[in-house]
Design a protein around this ligand. Structure first.
Ligand code: SF4
Length: 691
């Protein structure tokens, strides 16, 4: 495929969806990058991850042959042998148990078309046990926004927020490091032109440098903080009565919930001066247009649904929804995490968020697919992992790495070893693939085409620029081949566009899109008919709920499921780094991205470090009730006293061996953001500590 002509495509890392141009050399994997100045989202700008993205394409550790387990190691196999092994095992498990004995993990690192095919394959097999990494990041946000407003996605768009936003309320997010181009090109630009940035986060970070107010709360206290803001707005009559009357329901419930709410006591719980929270509330409520940005600091709690509901409450009582520069806007983490949900790779919804337990919705999809969809919602990915050895006996993992990404990871690892059959489709040998029976070598982002959907609902085209290396195959071709071998029909597609054409038929919010229309600009959903332009912002006239009203619901503080005690007196919280990406499968293999931070570390407040005799830069043991890791201490006032902060990217010091697997009861998202912990010096070197 070598060519000197550039091919415009999309960065494989975060959900901002920046465009870039790739130029292929003569050899497969030989790829150079140029700015794509006309790219609709970023106009040529790229962050360090986007700039380094070609480095993984021809990495020497790429998987290039199918592998089959033989004892404690793997041997190379033909595609025929590998695929037939999967078919044989899935047929055996179905006969021995039932279709619900198998789980399927989709991936936000691959295209809409591939995730669409995976969830179709799961449902044809006879199970709704299909999920994706949204469960680990924004499941609670998607749940709440669907219930209270109508759609599980950003209400507004980066462009209208920059142009019209006067105040940005950024809670549990760090866009300056995790959505770099959204921050630099939109939010920071707006603050330079006079907009006010209010940041709410236990950790000071690069976003803090641009913030006018930083509320450094204790992890797990977002509800009381928002209740102080809401009660202040109610007491000082800063709410929008007309908007509440005409466009919402549930205001009475909110008032009743806060009737006896003690703001002084709540401020103590947050670890903040009451006046600081009240000042931020007044700035938000008095703005012409105020927008909320919400991140995983909000969603990854056992009360994640209620956390996000309180942000919705704040926006609804002040009328900050349904027009440019406002809204409740989740910043999505991965390149295609929005699209993976849109196309139905979730256990409770079909493509386009149609409930799987809605007979009418099922019938409309079954008409196109030609088979019956199971009527009961399936298990989420954490539930699938927890059910291994009981309900679950087989697992198909496409592009995900649950041994790194799921909480209480040592337990997850033990359960993976208990599977009767595990198939993994990926581009590198991952910590999860180490447990596989069959490994299928798949294609990297530069080798395949299809669509991805970014954080503001923009569906964009990715285009292949280089040939697949070795004996790898396209993810889409693998799924088509597997589906055809398992079921005989329904999976015979001539490339991603043919899959997209079927997806449009069953996914109302994508129905008006075609590859031609998506073109270079992309199209934002909802796009119901071919003439629709797509919506920059949602809910101008009404919300997409049954009665068209936005739902207000008062919520009360809930402590983290695990609180500090004498043995574990600190709160552990985690977040991502600017230069790394999720479980590190790609970013830790990039020389550029690994240079600044080659290994994990933990931020410790100077007072906590002094109390334990910890020096900056020394190795420490970080412990929770589930495990311990050895890593370098970074003694810094960036973290709140009583809190320790680390990152999930590094296999050598796996943060998720420490995190708590308690789930939000509705969204089933784990509580990554608060666990009881302790940190102490080690006298041994990390190498000897590991031995
Ligand atoms: Fe890629 Fe996100 Fe960086 Fe843009 S901001 S270049 S999409 S990682």
């Amino acid at each position: 495929m070598g060519s000197n002509e550039g091919v415009n495509t999309i960065c494989p890392y975060c959900g901002v969806g920046c465009g870039l141009t790739l130029i292929a050399g003569e050899e497969p994997g030989d790829v150079r990058l140029q700015p794509w100045f006309e790219a609709p989202v970023n106009e040529g700008s790229l962050c360090i991850k986007g700039g380094a993205s070609p480095q993984v394409v021809d990495h020497e550790e790429r998987l290039k042959e199918p592998l089959i387990r033989e004892g404690d190691s793997f041997r190379e196999a033909t595609w025929e042998e590998a695929l037939e092994r999967i078919v044989t095992e899935f047929e055996r498990i179905e006969q021995e148990y039932e279709p619900d004995a198998v789980g399927f993990f989709g991936s936000s690192k691959v295209m809409n078309e591939e995730n669409y095919l995976l969830q179709k394959l799961a449902r044809r097999y006879g199970t709704n046990n299909v999920d994706n990494c949204t469960r680990m990041c924004h499941a609670s946000t998607v749940y709440t926004l669907r219930q209270s407003l109508g759609a599980g996605a950003m209400t507004n768009s980066m462009a209208d927020l920059e142009e019209h936003g006067d105040v940005y309320w950024v809670q549990g997010a760090n866009p300056a490091e995790q959505h770099v181009i959204a921050h630099s090109n939109y939010f920071r630009q707006a603050t330079l032109e006079g907009a006010t940035l209010i940041q709410i986060d236990p950790h000071a970070n690069k976003t803090t440098r641009d913030a006018d107010i930083h509320l450094q709360l204790k992890p797990g206290t977002d509800i009381p903080l928002l209740n102080i803001a809401i009660k202040t707005i109610l007491e000082e009559e800063l709410y929008d009565q007309a908007f509440i009357d005409e466009r919402t329901r549930g205001f009475d419930h909110l008032e009743a919930t806060l009737a006896d709410f003690d703001m002084e006591a709540a401020a103590d719980i947050c670890g903040l001066p009451l006046e600081d929270i009240q000042e931020a509330a007044r700035i938000y409520a008095e703005a012409d247009n105020a927008a909320i940005f919400t991140g995983m600091g909000m969603s990854q709690h056992h009360c994640g649904v209620d956390n996000v509901q309180n942000e919705v409450n704040l926006a609804l009582i002040t009328g900050n929804l349904g027009r440019p520069g406002t809204g409740v806007n989740p910043l999505r983490g991965q390149n295609n995490v929005q699209g993976t949900c849109d196309v139905g790779a979730m256990p409770n919804v079909l493509p386009g968020y149609q409930n799987v337990d809605d007979a009418e919705a099922r019938a409309s999809v079954e008409d196109v697919w030609g088979f019956e969809v199971p009527p009961e919602p399936g298990l989420t990915n954490v539930e699938i992992s927890n059910a291994i050895g009981e309900q679950i006996h087989g697992l198909f993992v496409m592009g995900e790495n649950p041994v790194m990404s799921e909480p209480d990871a040592l337990e997850v690892e033990a359960r993976m070893a208990d599977l009767e059959f595990l198939a993994v489709q990926d581009i590198f040998m991952t910590e999860t693939a180490e447990f596989a029976d069959v490994i299928l070598p798949a294609t990297s982002w530069a080798e395949r085409g299809g669509t991805v959907t970014n954080t503001d609902r923009r569906v964009q085209l990715m285009r292949p620029v280089t040939d697949v290396p070795g004996n790898t195959r396209h993810d889409l071709d693998i799924l088509c081949e597997l589906g055809t071998r398992l079921f005989g029909d329904g999976f015979d597609f001539d490339g991603p566009e043919a899959v997209f054409e079927e997806l449009r038929e069953v996914c109302p919010i994508y129905h008006g899109m075609t590859y031609d229309r998506i073109g270079f600009e992309g199209v934002q959903w909802p796009c119901y008919e071919e003439g629709d332009q797509g919506d920059q912002y949602l809910y101008a006239e009404q919300f997409d709920t049954d009665d068209g009203l936005g739902v207000i619901r008062g919520v009360r503080h809930q402590e983290p499921a695990e609180v500090e005690d004498d043995e574990f007196p600190l709160v552990l919280t985690t977040a991502r780094l600017e230069e790394h990406y999720n479980t590190g499968t790609m970013s830790t293999r990039s020389p550029t991205l690994s240079r600044k931070t080659p290994e994990n570390f933990v931020d410790v407040h100077p007072a906590d470090a002094a109390a334990r005799g910890i020096e900056d830069g020394e190795y420490v043991v970080l412990r929770s009730r589930r495990g311990e890791i050895v890593l370098e201490a970074n003694v810094t006032e960036d973290i709140k006293e009583g809190v320790v902060w680390t990152t999930p990217h590094f296999a050598d010091a796996r943060a998720n061996t420490l995190t708590n697997d308690v789930l939000d009861p509705l969204a089933k998202i784990p509580e990554y953001k608060a666990a009881a912990a302790e940190v102490e010096p080690v006298s041994e070197s990390p190498a000897s500590a590991d031995d």
